[in-house]
Design a protein around this ligand. Structure first.
Ligand code: GLN
Length: 544
């Protein structure tokens, strides 16, 4: 088999340049030429995984099928490339050190002094190379952070060693930088990019390709200047200009032959001459850019100030919108600020309401109010994970009259623990750890909205929760009009509920947002957006 080739993507000047999107776009273009691509995201922070990170610090936690809590960039890769990632696709400094220290404690290093070079760098290389001989042509290696940071150094050093060991034609380095525009001077400035390249070169790595983020087009003069100063050939200085949507990025980069430049550096000349098959992508973009109408979805959550905290949900709404030829406007509703006085004002423009996942008690009363509003006003509703749990609590309190009903996560003393932990034995069997993570099979009951949305009996969806619907209340709820519409295929525990006497009120214990991609707009989001639009049409109709 041919040697797996590596494309390393690092960032310079500043963070938040969209490295994940550029890398995923490159992956898409390579895939479109028939190559098999996967990705590794290396994060320089010391947390062992992002599971415990506050979403305000780092955006959402992305959960893979095999139950790893990972960086949100993996979401871009899955959504763009329609691939499944897992535990091996993300590693942090913390995880690298944890492994090395474990080995040291086990005596694996036979009394040697354990050092950053070679032990940490060996572990990094081992992680980068886990996909070798697994049938991949290309592994994209995205290094988080910014070159020049202390934390990034061991990763860059590992890359330097890989270039030495595997040869330049097997490891290509792409540096994403910023060319800032100084309004006062009316000029684009290349100096920060020159400095970033110097940083990288001090570590012994010469970038092969530069991708320059810019708000104004780069003239040939500027490109020549950058090329000369950084030792990068002119054709490998690629402009990445601000665009309206991330879905434009692959095509914009392709216009400048980004992918063929990279392929040539990798010695894959013949593939660089193949025509990429981007028709499906272009069709998606066409629909995205020319929606037939719009629809408003209220997203009710406690992290609404930082939109990255709900990244996958936002993207799944885009996919669901495009599938219905609709533009979805998200109305961000902070659940902590929602109360009986402002609820109408905050939600009356929404044609659909989405209740976000979450942990802890902050903002839950707002979520419950929004659920009551959706139930009573017959607004299409999608509840996700905590959103489903809150829907159960709202129903218990306001329909069943169990006034102090709650989740034991919020109130351990509640007289009506409608959401609760599992009995210890079952918890052990089902979860292993403290959280139920990753994909499990789910059975959908006939004649339900969820079954109709999926059009199939059994699905497999990802999870990230610890609390469950308390089955001892099952009958009571069902009699009063809240149906259990889906159950875990093994344990029979509740996975989804829906309301009778409501056009579309579906709440699920799993996270559909993680599995929505450009090629596979998720069925629940598709159905939800469709129903929200129905609501809009009937509402407009009734006004006439
Ligand atoms: N906090 C809830 C639980 O642990 C829901 C989690 C979530 O929304 N992801 O079960």
């Amino acid at each position: 088999m041919q040697q797996t080739k590596y494309i390393v993507i690092a960032g310079g000047v500043t963070s938040s340049l969209g490295k994940g999107i550029v890398a995923a776009s490159l992956g898409k273009l390579l895939q479109a030429r028939g190559l098999k691509v996967t990705v590794i995201k290396l994060d320089p922070y010391i947390n062992v995984d992002p599971g415990t990170l506050n979403p305000y610090e780092h955006g959402e936690v992305y959960v893979t099928r095999d139950g790893a809590e990972t960086d949100l960039d993996l979401g871009y890769y899955e959504r763009f490339l329609n691939i499944t990632t897992g535990k091996d696709n993300n590693a942090t400094t913390g995880k690298v050190y944890q492994n090395v220290i474990l080995k040291e404690r086990r005596g694996d290093y036979l009394g040697k002094t354990v050092q950053v070079i070679p032990h940490i760098t060996d572990e990094i290389k081992r992680r980068i190379r886990v996909f070798e001989d697994k049938g991949y042509d290309i592994v994209l290696v995205e290094i988080g952070g910014t070159v020049g940071d202390i934390e990034s150094l061991p990763f860059i050093e590992a890359v330097r060693q890989m270039i030495l060991e595997l040869g330049r034609e097997n490891v290509v380095t792409v540096l994403l930088t910023l060319i800032p525009y100084l309004h006062a001077a009316g000029e684009l400035k290349t100096k920060p990019t020159q400095h970033s390249v110097k940083f990288l070169m001090q570590s012994g790595v010469q970038p092969d390709v530069l991708v320059c983020r810019t708000e104004k087009p780069l003239s040939d003069d500027i490109k020549r200047k950058i090329a000369l100063a950084t030792n990068v050939p002119l054709d490998a200085v690629i402009e990445s200009i601000d665009v309206n949507s991330i879905y434009e990025v692959p095509l914009k980069l392709a216009e400048q032959n980004f992918d063929s430049v990279v392929l040539k550096r990798l010695g894959l000349e013949s593939i660089s001459r193949r025509k990429p098959q981007m028709d499906a992508w272009k069709a998606f973009l066409e629909r995205y850019n020319h929606p037939q109408d719009e629809v408003n979805i209220a997203l009710v959550g406690k992290y609404v100030e930082l939109h990255d905290a709900y990244k996958s949900i936002r993207e799944a709404l885009v996919h669901g919108g495009v599938a219905n030829k609709l533009k979805v406007n998200i109305l961000w509703v902070n659940s902590e600020k929602l109360n009986t006085d402002n609820i109408h004002e905050k939600l009356s423009a929404a044609h659909g309401i989405l209740i976000a996942p979450g942990f802890g008690s902050r903002g839950i009363e707002g979520k419950i109010l929004a659920l009551k509003y959706a139930r009573e006003n017959k607004v299409p509703l999608l509840g996700i994970c905590f959103g489903m749990q809150m829907a159960v609590i709202e129903f218990a309190r306001n329909v069943l009259g169990l006034k102090k009903a709650n989740s034991t996560e919020i109130d351990p003393e509640t007289p009506y623990p409608v959401i609760d932990l599992l009995p210890e034995q079952l918890e052990k069997e089902l979860m292993g750890g403290t959280m139920r993570l990753g994909a499990f099979d789910i059975d959908l009951k006939p004649g339900t909205l969820i079954r109709k949305a999926f059009g199939t009996e059994r699905i497999s969806e990802r999870h990230r929760h610890r609390y469950f619907f308390n089955e001892s209340y099952g009958e009571m709820f069902q009699k009063a009009g809240m149906k259990i519409s889906a159950t875990d295929a093994v344990s029979g525990l509740t996975e989804a509920i829906e309301l009778e006497n409501h056009p579309w009120f579906v709440a699920v214990q799993f996270h559909p947002e993680y599995q929505s991609t450009v090629d596979y707009p998720h069925p629940l989001f598709k159905a939800f957006v469709r129903e929200a639009y129905q609501r809009k049409k009937t509402k407009n109709g009734s006004k006439k």
